[in-house]
Design a protein around this ligand. Structure first.
Ligand code: SAM
Length: 217
């Protein structure tokens, strides 16, 4: 449960230098929602050394584990200065964490499926939350979703497709834009993704671009 969580009143109230001591006046542009044990964060950090990457995770001990993992890595190499984790319920007050149009990538990797219909409102992709994701993403920014649950794949795809600010983008197109390393990490860098591989499960990827709306006056 998240009753003990304290929310920042705004992105400015977050002590970002404590997360990224080596970076001044820079804010995260990649956010991994429900980062779990941090496989994506740890894989992407050295590949994008100039990009600040943050994981949001609701479980206390899992968040602590990721924090310890990053601390240990920082102690042995110069890398990983650009990655950190925050304990948070990402379904609440996301705009208090990230400024409008500040993110270029938002990751939802193997999110909890919440199978029962009465629990669908607990899903991390919903019409209300999509409005928040659109708000924090910069135009051109990408939402990466992947799951091994077919029903959830259809759910995420349908909701993102229906939203006017998101446009489906083919994996091949993203690879041509140079986002291949990100996609490879999305498929197989996380603990959950690796578990699916061990069980020879199927994976459904769906990526969407945050589009810019032209105002007609
Ligand atoms: N993305 C990771 C991976 O691929 O290995 C973890 C997948 S795991 C099935 C889902 C994770 O999302 C769990 O670690 C869970 O604690 C976290 N989570 C669930 N609801 C959340 C929320 N509202 N805010 C932040 N994290 C959440």
């Amino acid at each position: 449960s998240d009753h003990s969580l304290v929310y920042p009143s705004s992105p400015d109230s977050i002590d970002w230098p404590s997360h990224y001591p080596a970076f001044v006046n820079q804010r995260p542009s990649f956010a991994d929602i429900g980062c779990g044990f941090g496989g994506l964060l740890i894989t992407l950090a050295p590949q994008f050394p100039d990009t600040l990457i943050i994981g949001l995770e609701i479980r206390v001990q899992v968040t602590q584990y990721v924090q310890d993992r990053i601390t240990a890595l920082r102690a042995t190499t110069d890398n990983y200065q650009n990655v950190s984790v925050i304990r948070a319920n990402a379904m609440k007050f996301l705009p208090n964490f990230f400024q409008k149009a500040s993110l270029t990538a938002l990751f939802f990797l193997f999110p909890d499926p919440h199978f029962k219909t009465r629990k669908h409102k607990a899903r991390i992709i919903s019409p209300t939350l999509l409005a928040e994701y659109a708000y924090v993403l910069a135009p051109g920014g990408i939402v990466y979703t992947i799951t091994d649950v077919e029903d959830l794949a259809q759910w995420m795809r349908a909701h993102l497709d229906a939203h006017p600010l998101f446009q489906f983008v083919e994996e091949e197109e993203l690879r041509q834009e140079g986002k291949g390393p990100i996609l490879d990490a999305v498929y197989s860098s996380t603990e959950e993704g690796q578990k699916v591989e061990r069980n020879a499960g199927e994976k459904w990827l769906a990526c969407f671009r945050r589009i810019e709306v032209k105002r007609i006056n």
